[in-house]
Design a protein around this ligand. Structure first.
Ligand code: ADP
Ligand code: MG
Length: 242
């Protein structure tokens, strides 16, 4: 394994078992991702994308196979180590947002920083900065249930960015967003990637995948293609006032 490999999955499979049945969600998946890559993962609904993303985010373990995250075997890490890695190293943007209800956008974005014991003034400044970055500077004190689905998605994006993570994992980050806003979000992702952050993004939209530098296609839990994008579609990035 090269020293700049940040993600290495080797022959991973994931089988969900219940009393009645067995679902093979991932079937012998192998790839590596280097530091500073921007990878899109594409595939039809039910192909295993979210399952894969949860494993990459160390939120779940594969049934078999090995996952090495930044040089460490994830299966051998303690729960405390895993919690630290998830908090410090990985920004996770969930498909279902996972925002706290009846909690303001600011508080939602500050939550990972609370876990990281970042001082309050700092937390507030950073939460405000990232909420402005995603176009929600006018909704800092609205609660999750007082904003639209697209706005909730943008809060989830701000929260994923708040810890300035080395790896950003995003599951359909533009799924609920109008196309002009999706383009802005891609501008933010590309800006982070230009600064050296590794970005892994699930999408089923070819227009969105075109913003990445590489695309991995999955189908029925298997990798069916893994190619460099011939041309990266660049989105505009405008630095917000702080
Ligand atoms: P995608 O994100 O590509 O739509 P998922 O990773 O969510 O796909 O799901 C892959 C397959 O695994 C699907 O067939 C889905 O029904 C199944 N699956 C996902 N989560 C579970 C679970 N917790 N228990 C049983 N089956 C599951
Ligand atoms: Mg999914």
């Amino acid at each position: 394994m090269k020293s700049d490999t940040i993600i290495s999955v080797s022959h991973i499979s994931k089988i969900y078992r219940s009393e009645e049945m067995e679902t093979i969600a991932l079937d012998d998946i192998s790839f590596t991702i280097e530091k500073g890559e921007f990878v899109a993962i594409m595939g039809p609904s039910g192909s295993g994308k979210s399952t894969l993303m949860h494993i990459l985010g160390a939120l779940d373990l594969p049934t078999s196979g090995e996952y090495i995250l930044d040089g460490k075997k994830v299966s051998e890490l303690s729960d405390d180590d895993l919690a630290d890695i998830r908090n410090q190293k990985i920004g996770f943007i969930f498909q279902a947002f996972n925002l706290l209800p009846r909690t303001t956008t600011m508080e939602n974005v500050m939550l990972p920083m609370v876990y990281a014991s970042i001082p309050k003034a700092d937390r507030e400044a950073r939460a405000k900065k990232y909420l402005e970055m995603v176009g929600l500077g006018h909704r800092l004190h609205h609660t999750s249930n007082q904003i639209s689905g697209g706005q909730q998605q943008r809060v989830a994006i701000a929260r994923g960015l708040a810890m300035n993570p080395a790896i950003l994992l995003a599951d359909e980050p533009t799924g609920n967003i109008a196309s002009n806003q999706a383009e802005e979000i891609m501008g933010i992702f590309q800006h982070l990637n230009d600064e050296g952050h590794t970005v892994v993004m699930i999408t089923h939209e070819p227009d969105i995948a075109a913003h990445a530098k590489r695309t991995i296609h999955v189908r029925d839990g298997k990798v069916v293609s893994d190619e460099k994008n011939k041309r990266q579609h660049r989105a505009k990035y405008e630095q917000v006032e702080q």
